[in-house]
Design a protein around this ligand. Structure first.
Ligand SMILES: *[C@@H]1O[C@H](CO)[C@@H](O)[C@H](O)[C@H]1NC(C)=O
Length: 297
């Protein structure tokens, strides 16, 4: 009897500790649902964007004539940028759906999610990249642990003075630490706009360009919702954020991943990585300096 009680207490304790660990993971604030027009405008081919439910739901269309894209009205220095997307279903080979932040100038900063379509039933690839001061070439590629064409999922970027975190449904899939001390530029003084687009990239996207877009399957449709923006709005020419350090994404729990988040990142790395520029010795005989931080994961 005593033994039984002790063991169930242990079970409860473990359970309790488990929950406590979950609760301390720095979860970004849940974005509010706001309609497209509040924060976004079409960038090109506006006739290939369709609005439903008062603009709360939006679809992008790609056909043999054109793809399309949209961008935020405002530009931002730091914040948490999130969108719910349901990728092109069925035969999406050759198509790319992108969600990214980019500054407007020549030595530009950019933080990219690119979803590379595939033949029916074959897995999408999620490619990410980070440009700082005009320099990119930092691709990472993963498979997702779910079919991104079946449901909406959250794709988010947390960007503060300390780190850039790519999140899929709150699971960190990539971290780019501020490695200024290692001589690597970090985006900190150029406001970025938020962009999304759907276009034909069958010269490279699917199996390196081997699989071509099947136009008999057009139009290709990507669906979006969740147009809330949580960022420090700054004019395109600004070099700092007026509320720097005082917003929720600046606070201590967002300055580094916590234990649970590192474990989740390690899980993604172990199970789903296809490519990481940090380990590509033919391309980088010497490991890029920021990868030293990346390796600790
Ligand atoms: C498409 O499917 C093939 C075969 O399963 C796979 O090798 C490839 O990585 C998938 N994704 C893309 C975008 O090519």
């Amino acid at each position: 009897m005593y033994y039984k009680m002790a063991s169930s207490f242990c079970v409860l304790l473990v359970c309790f500790l488990g929950l406590a660990t979950m609760a301390t993971a720095a979860a970004p604030r849940k974005p509010v649902n706001v309609p497209f027009h509040q924060n976004y405008v079409p960038t090109w081919a506006g006739d290939h964007i369709k609005y439903y439910n008062g603009g709360n739901d939006v679809q992008l269309f790609l056909d043999r004539y054109t793809g399309t894209g949209f961008q935020s009205k405002g530009s931002y220095l730091f914040g948490h940028f999130s969108m719910q997307i349901k990728m092109v279903p069925g035969d999406s080979a050759g198509t790319v759906t992108a969600f990214y932040l980019s500054s407007q100038n020549s030595e530009h900063d950019e933080i990219d999610f690119e979803f590379l379509g595939n033949r029916t039933g074959q897995p999408y690839i999620l490619q990410t990249n980070v440009f700082t001061g005009g320099k990119g070439d930092r691709e990472q590629r993963i498979y997702l642990w779910f079919d991104p064409t079946k449901d909406f999922h959250f794709y988010s970027i947390l960007w503060n003075m300390y780190q850039i975190v790519f999140l899929v449904d709150d699971v960190p899939i990539r971290v780019f630490k501020n490695s200024k001390d290692l001589g690597v530029r970090f985006p900190f003084n150029q406001p970025m706009k938020i962009y999304s687009s759907l276009w034909n990239a069958d010269d490279w996207a699917t199996r390196g360009g081997l699989e071509k877009t099947d136009w008999s399957k057009a139009p290709f449709v990507a669906s979006y919702r969740g147009f809330h923006v949580d960022g420090c709005e700054a004019s395109v020419a600004a070099t700092f954020c007026a509320t720097q350090g005082r917003r929720w994404w600046d606070q201590r729990e967002f300055q580094d991943l916590d234990g649970l988040q590192y474990r989740r990142l390690a899980w993604v790395r172990r199970r789903y990585t296809i490519y990481n520029y940090c380990t590509d010795r033919s391309r980088y005989p010497t490991m890029p300096p920021e990868c030293r931080r990346d390796r600790d994961v």
